[in-house]
Design a protein around this ligand. Structure first.
Ligand SMILES: NC(=O)c1ccc[n+]([C@@H]2O[C@H](COP(=O)([O-])OP(=O)(O)OC[C@H]3O[C@@H](n4cnc5c(N)ncnc54)[C@H](OP(=O)(O)O)[C@@H]3O)[C@@H](O)[C@H]2O)c1
Length: 263
């Protein structure tokens, strides 16, 4: 299948590890030039070097905090300055703080609103003029299974990402005629640092071992195991490609069947 990604320009948030890094590798493997952003500059630069060596594509590291609007503006501006345009936005970042619905603090709410709600709107707002100039583009938002069903102790994920989903669906209507397609991906449980921290947190709070918590999680998933980051990246690469030319406003799960809702 011809994906048409060679020479395109992408920004991938949270690209130093986990799902973001897998998406950056997937796009770079198809010849896309990629800017990656995360907070720790050393880890980011190392990731950029490794991805570039592995794929042969240019990878530009731009350190920043994606909960800051100033850093988002600078990320988009530096990417366009460097590569001369922007075609693909993979909106991914750190997850919101773990908290129950009863106990989430003002500070946790504020953090989650910046990182898991406003982030998606700000990135799109900054990118859209450049995509229009390129004659079209792709925006792919990495959400979570919380947009379909609540996750225990991750109320802030559901509360903010459902707002981001409403934003994305409305945006998809507004920009489709400009050739800009907006889709969302809902990961279930994929093996990354954050996921392993959440497994460790559950082991601690329930007094079981990490291995037992991992086994319980694997048993809960119809496919029988947690996923690999590249299993999500494969979908992101497809959605970014010419092959996905008639898909917009959709939310697609990559979850091994774990989400119980019918739609
Ligand atoms: N893994 C899963 O199964 C899963 C499931 C559902 C949803 N998700 C969501 O998918 C996203 C990525 O998850 P992950 O598992 O890949 O997490 P991860 O392994 O913790 O990686 C997060 C990445 O984002 C960067 N980052 C974190 N906070 C940032 C900030 N404020 N500004 C800029 N970069 C930031 C991190 O680097 P620095 O720390 O250096 O900034 C790192 O590169 C999260 O929003 C998570 O909630 C993941």
């Amino acid at each position: 299948m011809e994906l048409g990604l060679r020479g395109k320009v992408a920004i991938v948030g949270g690209g130093s590890r986990g799902l973001g890094r897998a998406c950056a590798v997937g796009l770079a493997n198809e010849g896309t030039r990629v800017a990656i952003c995360s907070r720790n500059p050393e880890a980011l630069q190392q990731a950029a070097r490794e991805i570039s060596q592995e794929t042969g594509s240019e990878v530009l590291p731009i350190a920043g905090d994606l909960s800051s609007y100033d850093d988002i503006k600078s990320l988009v501006a530096q990417t366009v300055d460097h590569f001369g345009g922007l075609d693909i936005l993979v909106n991914n970042s750190g997850g919101p703080p773990a908290a129950s619905a009863q106990d989430a603090t003002e500070e946790q709410w504020e953090q989650a609103i910046q990182l898991s709600l406003l982030f998606f709107a700000r990135m799109s707002r900054e990118a859209l003029p450049h995509m229009r100039r390129s004659g079209g583009g792709r925006i792919i938002n990495i959400f979570a299974s919380s947009v379909k069903q609540p996750i225990e102790n991750l109320m802030l994920s559901a509360a903010t990402r459902l707002g981001a989903l409403g934003f994305a669906k409305t945006l998809a209507d507004e920009v489709a005629k400009d050739g800009i397609l907006v889709n969302n991906v809902a990961p279930g449980y994929l093996e990354t640092e954050r996921m392993m921290e959440l497994v460790e947190g559950r082991a601690r709070s329930t007094g079981i071992t990490h291995e037992q918590a991992l086994t319980d999680l694997n048993n809960m998933i119809p496919i029988g195991r947690i996923g690999r980051p590249e299993e999500l990246a494969n979908l992101v690469v497809f959605l970014a490609s010419d092959a996905a030319s008639y898909i917009t406003g959709s939310t697609i799960q990559v979850d091994g069947g774990v989400i119980r809702s019918m739609l």
